[in-house]
Design a binder for this molecule. Structure first.
Ligand code: IPE
Ligand code: IPE
Ligand code: MG
Length: 239
């Protein structure tokens, strides 16, 4: 149906702000947690598509440092969902050669979740296919400040240049996102990767996260393929 040209430019790193689970549930008269559950199915579908399309990095904003401000039951429910998802999916991830990184302020998480995360990291570490990066208890400002503090500790009295900085962010080693998708109609960054998105292409869709599956993912890739990234330089002539 779609020509190969439309997807000729496959981004190396796609990042997604998965938003709209609560509204999806509300519109069906369900509890918010039901929306998060259905959202896990979208994660599964999008990861599968990323593997198919040989996208090297798929990063997902799963929990922001600000999300602690939600009702306790919702926060607890989200952690429980994550532990369950890890238990259920680990085998499949290994089989599909997916490497999983979980990045953020993990110190604040419960010991059982941290253990599950560490186990998942270990068993998927040799995965040569897509890297799934789960941004958990993450915020862009937190990342920048922890990077600055660690840099200062290691290099007392030294001034830094922008290039120094990347290796101190929690995303060190992960290339900056080429494409950032946000679902649910909100058009904001919500304290996500502030430093890393300096030249990222943004794609916004009204589709709520639980409804965002392969078809919607493909539309985003098609839109990306039409973008002309200039990085502040003069327009390239490769069309
Ligand atoms: C995104 O969906 C999931 C998380 C932030 C964990 P929301 O829970 O933010 O859903 P809405 O925005 O309230 O619809
Ligand atoms: C952003 O969504 C955080 C995640 C997707 C994890 P939010 O729903 O928390 O963001 P706001 O409140 O709409 O800015
Ligand atoms: Mg939201």
């Amino acid at each position: 149906m779609h020509s190969m040209e439309e997807l000729s430019k496959i981004p190396q790193h796609v990042s997604i702000i998965m938003d709209g689970n609560g509204r999806w549930a509300k519109s069906r008269g369900l509890e918010r947690l039901e929306g998060h559950k259905e959202g896990v199915e979208s994660v599964r579908a999008c990861l599968e598509f990323a593997v198919e399309m040989r996208i090297k990095y798929l990063s997902l904003f799963a929990f922001s440092t600000e999300n602690w401000g939600r009702p306790k039951e919702e926060v607890q429910g989200l952690w429980a969902l994550m532990v369950k998802a890890i238990e259920r999916e680990t085998k499949n991830l290994v089989k599909n050669r997916v490497r999983v990184l979980v990045l953020g302020n993990l110190e604040q998480l419960s010991p059982d979740l941290r253990m599950a995360i560490e186990g998942l990291r270990e068993v998927t570490a040799s995965g040569q296919g897509t890297t799934l990066v789960v941004m958990l208890n993450y915020s862009g400002k937190w990342d920048i400040v922890q990077a600055a503090n660690r840099f200062a500790e290691k290099n007392p009295g030294k001034k830094m240049v922008p290039e120094d900085f990347d290796s101190f962010l929690v995303t060190a080693g992960v290339p900056d996102p080429d494409l950032l998708i946000r679902t649910s109609g909100e058009e904001r960054i919500s304290n996500y990767m502030l430093w890393q998105t300096a030249y990222t292409e943004f794609y916004f869709t009204d589709t709520l996260w639980p409804d965002f599956r392969k078809k919607e993912f493909r539309l985003a890739l098609e839109a990306y393929a039409k973008r002309d990234r200039r990085y502040g330089k003069v327009k390239s002539n490769n069309e």
